[in-house]
Write a protein that binds this ligand. Structure first.
Ligand SMILES: Cc1ncc(COP(=O)(O)O)c(C=O)c1O
Length: 435
């Protein structure tokens, strides 16, 4: 199948079964080789599987750089005094931090661990924003000592601790996280802006925190922060979030969080980066001081569509339904069992139609399903299966369930590939054991 631009998001008919175009969910530039196998970042999937084994998390480096630029250039063109900070919880791997720092992005971290990774990758501490609803004293000290630019106050204990930890004569920039009472249409587990959320402060408390910080000689209140949730598929909640922070008053910095949805399935239609930025900046021009600095913190929408999970079929159990079991599963992709996220999939060497199958993993749980009713073309043991749009939160949530060795991360670009994280070994599984 030769793909043209016009075929993106399209359907085609093969073997009498109507399917969507699987390649439309892969990073831009993904194509098919003459023998029908997927070529990602210029690399043949069969060669990648031979070289790095399966399961593997493949990242199209060019696509990731392109998304970073689209975000950075798009925001600065609309609002020059601005910064895009990558919400690194979506893919906390040093190579990803390094790449995005090279592309001129700041970093949002949500723990001492993410902070350590960001610093190791060369992030400028001044460009780091530190979050967390339960930041420990150790983490706050790490951030203060490292010179982290902004620490986001989530509760009054953060203020108490920081006032103790910031040395006399020192000043730490802070933002107050506001919980505006906005509930986007997304999974409850990733909805954060509603009343009753464990994150941030509702209006009366947020105003109290602001007043208290204005009187602090060690904490400098730079502004406010809002993040209403993740995988948000319309722009309205983002507009509402800007309206909400505008109501809190005038500040030097407004951090508008992340949350833009990614396209996982044929029917997903998230707003484009441009639509998202237009919404934020149009509202900011109307409601926020023209001199303010704008920050945004995209995570999922930066990385999701640049990653592809590559598996090998271990066994096919024919019947109603037909189960196709691969050599990975909920050890490397928890998005399905945690949030019910749907992923599409294809045989990587025979892209296209087939009978609907249930694609399952190798873990000891019936919930270990990667995709249901997914049309796979005559799947056989040994076939490669590609699951697109797995760049966000899969690496972060990967685990050793059933002694699974976490997969490598492989960057692909211009026909060259390199592992940036190796596969775990069985010895790694015992690495922390004490005699
Ligand atoms: C404070 C904050 N900022 C940014 C993000 C990134 O959100 P997303 O990955 O949906 O862009 C999150 C995600 O939970 C968050 O909690």
């Amino acid at each position: 199948m030769v793909r043209t631009a016009g075929q993106r998001n399209s359907c085609h008919r093969s073997k009498g079964t109507l399917v969507n175009d699987p390649l439309s969910l892969f990073p831009p530039g993904t194509r098919l080789a003459p023998d029908g196998q997927i070529v990602l970042g210029g690399c043949l999937v069969e060669e990648l599987a031979d070289q790095y084994g399966t399961p593997a998390l493949l990242v199209d480096e060019g696509a990731l750089r392109m998304r970073a630029r689209r975000y950075r250039e798009g925001l600065s063109a609309r609002w020059p005094d601005s910064r895009v900070a990558f919400a690194s919880k979506a893919f906390p791997c040093t190579a990803v931090y390094r790449l995005l720092v090279e592309e001129g992005l700041g970093v949002d971290v949500a723990s001492g661990g993410e902070l350590t990774l960001a610093l190791a990758a060369g992030a400028d501490p001044a460009d780091i924003v530190m979050h967390g609803n339960a930041k420990t004293e150790e983490e706050l000290l790490l951030a203060v000592d490292a010179g982290v630019g902004l620490i986001v106050i989530d509760n009054f204990d953060d203020i108490d601790r920081l006032e103790r930890l910031v040395p006399a004569g020192g000043v730490q920039g802070v933002l107050v996280r506001f919980t505006p009472g906005i509930q986007p249409d997304t999974h409850a587990a990733v909805s954060t802006g509603q009343a009753g959320s464990k994150f941030g402060l509702l209006e009366p408390e947020a105003r109290q925190a602001i007043a208290r910080l204005r009187g602090s000689d060690r904490l400098r209140l730079d502004g406010v922060h809002v993040h209403v949730g993740s995988q948000i598929m319309d722009t309205k909640p983002f507009l509402q979030a800007v309206e909400a922070v505008a109501d809190l008053g005038e500040f030097a910095v407004y951090d508008l969080g992340g949350g833009l949805g990614a396209r996982y399935t044929y029917t997903d239609v998230p707003p484009s980066i441009d639509d998202y930025l237009d919404t934020l900046v149009t509202a900011a021009r109307q409601l926020l001081p023209a001199t303010a600095r704008l920050l945004i913190e995209p995570g999922r929408s930066m990385v999701a569509e640049t990653g592809v999970s590559l598996y090998r079929v271990v066994t096919v159990k024919h019947g109603t339904p037909t189960f196709v079991a691969v050599d990975g599963g909920m050890g490397d992709n928890l998005e399905v069992s945690l949030y019910g996220q749907r992923f599409e999939a294809t045989v990587a060497t025979r892209v296209g139609a087939g009978d609907p199958c249930i694609l399952v993993g190798r873990h000891c749980e019936s919930g270990d399903t990667l995709s249901t009713h997914v049309p796979l073309a005559d799947p056989q043991p040994g076939d490669l299966i590609a699951v697109p749009a797995t760049g966000a939160y899969t690496y972060s949530l990967s685990n050793n369930y059933n002694g699974a060795r976490r997969p490598p991360v492989v960057f692909c670009r211009d026909g060259r590939s390199r592992a940036v994280v190796r596969r775990e070994t069985y010895a790694d599984l015992m690495r922390r054991d004490l005699p």
